[in-house]
Every structure is written in C-alpha cells, then in structure tokens.
Design a protein around this ligand. Structure first.
Ligand SMILES: Nc1ncnc2c1ncn2[C@@H]1O[C@H](COP(=O)(O)OP(=O)(O)O)[C@@H](O)[C@H]1O
Ligand SMILES: [Mg+2]
Length: 217
C-alpha cells in the first residue's frame, strides 16, 4: 500500500511544526507503522531531534535539498512507508512548501492561540488554496498547539479560528515540558514512560484523529 502523506506547514516559526511532526510520527511508529519524517527545513531540526538519542522509532531523512522536486522524490518512497510526515520550513511561499503541499493528502497547520500567530498564518491558507489547483484532494486542519485551557485569551482566539477558513482538528496539544524533554532525549513521547502519561494520551488522541481522516485515502 502507498504511504499517506502529511505535510506540517505554517509561515510562522515557533508554531510547533517540528514538535507536531515528530510527536505524530513517533506515535504512528510506536503503533507499528512504517513512518518516514521527511525533514524539508534546511535547519534540520527533526534530524537533530532524532540524532539526540538512538531511540526515535521512525526514520528521519533530510530532504531540504529537494526544493520544488520534493513531491517527485517522495513518490519513489511511498511503497516503503505507511506514513510520510513532512516537516517544513517557516515559509509559506517557498518552493519546498509548495511541493510538500502538492504531495500531501493532509496539511496540518499548528497554531499557537495568539492573535499575532494567527495573522502570520494567513499566508499558509493561501498556499493551501493554491496547492489544490494541482492537488484537489488536499485536506487541511488547524491544530491548536501550546493550548492553555480555560484562559480568556484561548477562548477569544479559538473564537476567531472558524473565520480562518481551515477546519480545526478536535485534538490539540497543551503546553507541556514533556514535549521539550522528548526532543532533548531524541525519542518519542512514549519513550518518557509513565511520567508523560497525559502527554501520551494527548498525542495518541491526535494520532487517532489523523488516522481516521486519512482512512481510505
Ligand atoms: N506543546 C508544546 N509544549 C511545550 N513546548 C512546545 C510545544 N510546542 C512547541 N514547543 C517548543 O516551542 C519551540 C518551537 O517549536 P518547534 O516545534 O520547533 O516550532 P517550529 O518547527 O514551527 O519552528 C521549541 O522550543 C519547542 O520545544
Ligand atoms: Mg521546525
């Protein structure tokens, strides 16, 4: 079966693209799926994450040099994996981002619930709309990251999201030190064991929702 391709994209640096890509890839791999993280950001943060230890359960490859040919390069890899998760640079109009969106079945856009971050994310919506000319089946979801529940700001910003034009994933990621820790240790969130039980539940819920979205694709 051919890999399902997920592109994690946003114009904004620090929104959580690498964190979301690695948590999702780690969770899928812990479930026994064959997973590739295609690191399309020249900063190679995903490659560094996996290089911090020996235990990251998914394969991570630097593909940042592929530029506008990324979608063609990934075509050669789709038989070897169940999922390919693309981590992308903070650049909505970069050729590699356009190529990632052309290859993807699903675009995930992590957003921090702050007006500044939302304004900066408008460009990625335009990039997704443009990508649908060549990839009409492309699905897209916003993923709230660094969620601080029960704050007025979170409520106000979440209220703005429907206007954004990309549906919201029900699952979100709260702000947790466990997510920074697993990057420092080079593992998946599962590798932290019982001290990260809530984080594991959160990531697994997100992974299940993504699997459900991609069922039959
Ligand atoms: N949910 C979260 N909880 C705690 N820290 C987070 C969370 N998401 C991201 N971070 C931290 O925020 C910073 C930016 O995240 P990162 O994934 O590198 O963003 P991007 O790839 O979009 O630039 C990193 O230091 C990361 O560890
Ligand atoms: Mg990154």
């Amino acid at each position: 079966m051919s890999a399902k391709i997920i592109a994690v994209v946003n114009q904004k640096g620090g929104a959580g693209k690498t964190t979301l890509a690695m948590l999702l890839a780690g969770s899928l791999a812990e479930r026994g799926k064959r997973v590739l993280v295609a690191d399309a950001d020249a900063q190679n943060t995903a490659v560094h994450w996996a290089g911090m230890g020996t235990g990251f359960p998914a394969e991570v490859q630097d593909v940042s040099g592929e530029e506008s040919k990324l979608h063609k390069a990934l075509r050669k890899l789709t038989d070897a994996f169940d999922y390919i998760v693309i981590d992308s640079p903070p650049a909505a109009t970069a050729p590699v981002t356009a190529s990632a969106l052309r290859a993807a079945h699903l675009a995930l856009v992590p957003v921090i619930p702050s007006p500044l971050d939302l304004w900066a994310s408008v460009r990625i919506r335009e990039a997704i709309v443009l990508a649908r000319h060549k990839n009409p089946q492309l699905e897209a979801r916003l993923v709230v990251n660094q969620m601080q529940p029960n704050t007025l700001l979170a409520r106000e910003v979440l209220g703005m999201l429907p206007e954004f034009g990309i549906p919201l994933l029900a699952a979100n990621l709260k702000s947790r030190t466990a997510y920074r820790q697993c990057a420092a240790l080079g593992g998946s969130i599962h590798s932290l064991g019982s001290r990260a039980a809530l984080a594991v539940m959160e990531v697994d819920a997100l992974r299940r929702e993504v699997e459900e979205l991609l069922r039959g694709r």
